[in-house]
Design a protein around this ligand. Structure first.
Ligand code: 5GP
Ligand code: ZN
Length: 113
C-alpha cells in the first residue's frame, strides 16, 4: 500500500488517534501548526477533492461535522478554529489522500500564505 494516510489508517504507521468510525479517522498532525492540529481523513482512499463523487456528499459532511465536534471538545467552538482542505500543488497538498486540517488554539491570520 503506497499511500501514507492509507497506511496510517490501517495502523501500519503509528499515529495519535482523536476519533475513528466507519467513515472517518482523525489523528494529530505530526508537525502541528497550532496548539490543536488534527487531520481528518476518509477511511477509503480518495486522492483529492477533485475526485469526490456525488455519493461522497455525506462523507464530506461527516468530516466537517466531526471537525466541529473535535474543536468544541477541545474548548474552541466559540473562540473559533479553521478547517482547510488543500487541493494539489498550488495549495500545498503534500499527501494525495483527502484530508481536512483542523487548526485551533491561536489567532490565525488571513489571507493564508
Ligand atoms: P498537506 O500539506 O498535504 O495539506 O498536509 C499534510 C499534513 O500531513 C502535514 O500537515 C504534515 O505535517 C502531515 N503529515 C505528514 N506525514 C505525517 C505522518 O507520518 N503522520 C502524521 N500524523 N502527520 C503527517
Ligand atoms: Zn490513501
Amino acid at each position: 500500500m503506497a499511500c501514507l494516510f492509507c497506511r496510517i489508517i490501517a495502523g501500519e504507521i503509528p499515529s495519535t488517534p482523536v476519533h475513528r468510525d466507519d467513515q472517518v479517522y482523525a489523528f494529530r498532525d505530526i508537525n502541528p501548526q497550532a496548539p490543536v492540529h488534527v487531520l481528518l481523513v476518509p477511511c477509503r482512499h480518495i486522492a483529492t477533492l477533485n475526485d469526490l463523487a456525488p455519493e461522497d456528499d455525506g462523507l464530506v459532511g461527516a468530516l466537517l461535522r466531526r471537525a466541529a465536534a473535535i474543536a468544541k471538545a477541545h474548548g474552541y467552538g466559540e473562540r473559533g478554529y479553521r478547517s482547510v482542505f488543500n487541493c494539489n500543488a498550488d495549495a500545498g497538498q503534500s499527501v494525495a489522500h483527502v484530508h481536512l486540517h483542523l487548526l485551533a488554539g491561536r489567532r490565525l491570520s488571513w489571507p493564508p500564505g
